[in-house]
Design a protein around this ligand. Sequence first.
Ligand code: FAD
Length: 319
Amino acid sequence: MKVIEHILKKKNPKDLMFSYEIVPPPRGRSISDIVEIVESLVPYRPAWIDVTSHSASAYYKEKADGTVERKIFKKRPGTIGICGVIQNRFKIDTVTHLLTQGFTKEETEDALIELNFLGIQNVLALRGDGLNYEKVISKNRSINPYASDLVLQIANINKGIYLEEISEARPYDFCIGVAGYPEKHFEAPNLKMDIKNLKTKVDNGANYIATQMFFDNKHYFNFVKMCRDEGITVPIVPGLKILSNPRQLSTIPSNFYINLPDELVESVNSDPKNIKSIGVEWALKQAEELLEFGVPTLHFYIMNDTSSVLQVVKKLSTK
Ligand code: FAD
């Protein structure tokens, strides 16, 4: 089932619905890591589970003779396979993240064909965060510069338009999500311009928006208003992250270009050992206010530790 169908199926906008985002395990680990995470989420009725995608990156390794070797490697492969396992073993819908950076249009088309064969109907079309090496693109291959171009490619395949003309090509039926940034994407000159670029993604065929994490709901409320004023009518799924380590006071702002509210920072600084319960209480407050506002779903960024998220969804489910 498509994400947009899950959202539209909700009778009351204030009804509880949960969805989650997980990350593939690092190279060398096994699918059982993911199976364990999904098993722990099953009792809390995931409407869908997103699986992130990662491009390869360059790193440098010192050899025994003292020289340095440059290697290019993907730390977390396996996004499509993981989606296939979750969807076919657990019967939970998955959203496969697809990136423009590091992937040619031709590789993307092949990925879409694989997803279709696996019965996966949902993709989140993203640009990615920049490669730290130059991927050589051969002459007869092409790339999608922005996520809006990737959306167009997927919307085209939904109409049966492939990169090369194929006689009697079948149209696909992907539900397309795109990323939105309540506190602005770090490269955009301002939020207004960023939302104009977001509108292009929607005009090109996106069915819904999934937001970057935020810790102050006023950013989400303001973002929804600005999107609606710009003529964006698709659902806007709020992304929630639960603090679980005091180090995140600096890693989250530097990795995701977002602000943490004074009140939250002060409570962590005054009682860092209690971070897990501070994080859970904060997320609960955020979730309750968002539910009251009437959001499409509560979407939790899990990474690979479900303990805090399970506490939050358990408490919300028993209220
Ligand atoms: P775009 O929509 O292409 O926008 C990138 C920037 O370009 C923005 O500043 C935008 O305003 C600007 N822009 C857009 N179009 C134009 C134009 N035509 N001309 C000029 N400027 C333009 N990263 C991963 O690597 N893997 C993941 O799985 C992943 N999952 C994510 C999930 C969510 C919900 C979110 C919010 C982010 C995720 N990211 C992921 C991070 C994302 O890849 C980065 O934030 C990336 O820097 C931007 O991606 P985008 O799709 O928003 O890009």
